[in-house]
Design a protein. Structure first.
Length: 279
């Protein structure tokens, strides 16, 4: 594990220019392997972690204590910065939000994201002013902590079915930027026009673009569109689940072990972790 404050400083510097891919492991083993591939930072995935617990992706389903333990394990288990997908901050009131944010910082993460989703299907987004107040509170809390943790503000308009998601996302994220967010993020369909518009309207703030499925775009394409950071959300976790589901279903439904063909060998994976233990 690297020095936490040094990793936080490095993570902040990574957003100053250029673009980097920040993939999303779902457990410590996947985090360690991603680091070995040369990625310079990692981000957690709330859904990927929830699935390992047999739970849906919701702050109401996965406890704050389990979430914080997961952050701590990853932040202290690799030598590169880890940013946390902290959902809506695990706080319905400002006091609760401040408390949970301080607890998140204590885990050793280099950054975290806060979204404007309520988790309530009847009212999926916090009202604009309330969402803004929450980002302002998180900014003050980070500043008071003196840690320099990077704050990513997320707007979930596309994901919750807002009638005009692009316009509303930009409106909210521009306000969040004024409130002190370091990075801006609107999870949306990975289309060139969406990416171009979001990056242009939110410039010069760094923008995170998510590529959680295959759209035909490559890293270089997203870089050319002006993104500062590229994440994959639950993509890698779902890739692992896809292989597992297909192999297990063939055994159960067809009596076939075809899904176990062309796997990475036990020896290759085991040796990877043996070499790490021996370091």
């Amino acid at each position: 594990m690297g020095d936490i404050q040094a990793l936080r400083s490095r993570f902040r510097e990574m957003h100053e220019k250029g673009c980097f891919v920040i993939p999303n492991p779902w457990d410590l083993g996947s985090a360690i392997f991603l680091q070995s591939l040369g990625f310079q930072a990692l981000a957690t995935t709330s859904s990927g972690f929830a699935f390992t617990k047999g739970l849906p992706d919701s702050p109401d389903a996965v406890s704050l204590s389990a979430t914080l333990a997961h952050y701590h394990e990853l932040a202290h288990g690799v030598d590169i910065p880890v940013s946390a997908d902290f959902q809506n901050g695990y706080g319905s009131t400002l006091d609760e939000l401040r408390s949970s944010v301080l607890a998140c910082i204590e885990t050793g993460v280099a950054g975290f994201s806060i979204e404007d989703s309520t988790g309530n299907p009847d009212k999926p987004l916090f009202d604009f002013e309330q969402a803004l107040e929450r980002i302002q509170l998180v900014r003050r809390t980070i500043d008071d902590s003196g840690t320099g943790v990077v704050l990513t503000a997320r707007s979930e308009c596309f994901l919750v079915g807002h009638p005009d998601p692009l316009k509303e996302s930009i409106k909210r994220l521009q306000a969040f930027a004024e409130a002190g967010a370091d990075v801006l993020f609107a999870p949306c369909p990975a289309e060139r026009t969406n990416i171009q518009t979001i990056v242009r309207e939110l410039s010069p703030k760094p923008v995170n673009i998510i590529m959680s499925g295959y759209s035909g775009l490559k890293v270089g394409d997203v870089v050319a569109l002006g993104a500062r950071r590229i994440s994959v959300g639950s993509g890698l976790a779902r890739a692992a689940w896809t292989g597992f589901i297909e192999a297990a279903t063939k055994i159960a439904k067809e009596g076939s072990f075809e899904g176990l063909d062309k796997l990475a060998s036990f020896g290759l994976i085991n040796q990877f972790f043996m070499d790490r233990v021996g370091e």
